[in-house]
Design a binder for this molecule. Structure first.
Ligand code: FRU
Length: 481
């Protein structure tokens, strides 16, 4: 059983062995969700990049497939996307077979070591057997580097109104949009972002897609940034606005964050899923990704999450919720309503032994201080809660286990609350080495990893005197492996 090591996620994707970082090329085709990912198949740290591959029928259970793309004379295979070229605009289809086309960055180590600035460029590959085998296009690269050191992570989509492909590319401190009729020749349309958003680090792994907001099409632009995230290191900001096939015009200049935890990076959405927008991120942070204490493999994804938009005080915000398919592996084991206010509710006694992967839902009737404490007898504890005075949620992993691998790891992280409702609904998905917290129905989200030495099997809720706990539910989550 390759999935039973200490800290091995039980309901998240992680490679059987070796390193992973960004999710890549996510595309839905013929009943299967494809997940490619930055992979080093010869070691458990970052190295020459390949695209690993896994498939799923339900975004929950994954089957690892052979490595999809390997480095070649043009370079390592960095992050990118994949599309179904339904109309064979690329001409890469054959005998009526629709091609899957991957658009990725080639990172050329040799050019880099010569001190040149044009060592990243965009290339394509295609598959005629649903992503199992790939051929690189003979005319690569399809987009040469104009002299920008960070020139990468193409996310391509079909723009229906303009009847053309749009590539959203991270170009150092901004996003550059390109368009193409055939995925092979690209022209620059516009730049966005040099003077807006967070700029504590380089811009990476963008994604552009439309969502409905109160009946109006609104475009969302995700931009990962490293470092410069609100709680340090890598994080993902987003903008909402209009996109006409040429230019992205933001509706507001405020910087918003997809996830306030430290461990959701480089995430993008699946293509070819119609109106449904499904996101997955890399559950890690470049600050310590190479040294987290796992053996045999390193890196995992977040849960697949459905994205939507909602307005709060006239401003658009992204809402994330675990895809409903997770309900299949989730089973209610404890529930209690109208709990008399008491300052500590110890659930441990009421639950059968917690095994590390479970979900806790709690609702608080009023905005008062509370903490959810997951712990064990050896004194390790993870705290998740709300501070009324500062109106912030937090996750505190400072005593949650191993942390000597990185000096900034053992910390408390904060998330300013977006909702102003009196009631607080909390839903936390705990896996062996991670917590994904969805608050206010997904308006505030934070994801953190942690590495307990021993099983965390005690669970309690602490509140101040004024808090009223409404309902508590605990669910088992079965292993997907
Ligand atoms: C983001 C990133 C991308 C790059 C890839 C390399 O985590 O730095 O910008 O394509 O990882 O593995």
């Amino acid at each position: 059983q390759p999935y039973n090591q200490t800290h091995r996620p039980q309901f998240h994707f992680s490679p059987k062995a070796h390193w992973m970082n960004d999710p890549n090329g996510m595309v839905y085709l013929n009943g299967k969700y494809h997940l490619f990912y930055q992979h080093y198949p010869e070691g458990t740290t970052w190295g020459p990049m390949y695209w690993g591959h896994a498939t799923s029928k339900d975004l929950v259970h994954w089957q690892e497939q052979p490595v999809a793309l390997s480095p070649d004379s043009l370079g390592y295979i960095f992050s990118g996307s994949a599309v179904v070229d339904h109309n064979n605009t690329s001409g890469l289809g054959k005998d009526g077979k629709v091609p899957l086309v991957a658009i990725f960055t080639h990172h050329n180590k040799e050019l880099e070591s010569k001190g040149r600035n044009d060592f990243q460029y965009q290339s394509i590959a295609y598959s005629l057997d649903e992503g199992i085998t790939w051929a690189k296009y003979a005319g690569n690269p399809v987009l040469k580097n104009p002299g920008i050191v960070d020139f990468r992570d193409p996310k391509v989509m079909w723009h229906e109104e303009g009847k053309k492909w749009i590539m959203t590319l991270a170009t150092k401190d901004r996003i550059t949009f390109y368009s193409s009729p055939d995925l092979k020749s690209w022209v620059r349309e516009s730049d966005f972002g040099a003077e807006i958003g967070a700029h504590g680090g380089v811009w990476e792994c963008p994604d552009l897609f439309p969502l409905d907001l109160d009946g109006k099409k609104t475009w969302v632009l995700l931009v990962s940034i490293n470092p410069g995230a609100p709680n340090g290191g890598s994080g993902t900001q987003y903008f909402t606005g209009d996109f006409d096939g040429k230019t992205f015009v933001p509706h507001s200049t405020e910087t918003k964050w997809l996830d306030y935890g430290t461990d959701n990076y480089a995430g993008v959405t699946w293509s070819n899923t119609g109106n449904r927008k499904v996101f997955i991120g890399w559950m890690n942070n470049w600050q310590y990704a190479n040294v987290v204490p796992t053996v045999e493999w390193r890196g995992a994804t977040t849960m697949a999450r459905e994205l939507s938009l909602t307005a709060v005080d006239g401003k658009a915000y992204l809402v994330s919720s675990p895809v409903k398919e997770f309900e299949k592996i989730t089973r209610l084991t404890y529930s209690k309503e109208n709990i008399n206010s008491s300052r500590e509710i110890d659930l441990s006694a009421k639950l059968k032994k917690l095994n590390g992967s479970f979900r806790l839902d709690v609702s608080f009737q009023n905005k008062e201080n509370f903490q959810v404490v997951l712990s064990n007898k050896t004194g390790e504890e993870l705290r998740i809660g709300y501070e009324k005075d500062s109106n912030q949620y937090f996750i505190d992993r400072s005593k949650a286990g191993k942390s000597d691998f990185e000096k900034g790891f053992a910390k408390k992280h904060f998330a300013p609350r977006i909702s102003s409702s009196e009631r607080i609904d909390l839903s936390i998905y705990f896996d062996s080495a991670s917590a994904e917290v969805f608050v206010d129905n997904g308006l505030n989200v934070f994801t953190d990893v942690y590495f307990p030495e021993n099983q965390m099997d005690q669970l309690k809720i602490e509140t101040n005197n004024a808090a009223t706990v409404g309902r508590i539910e605990v669910y088992d989550i079965s292993s997907i492996w």
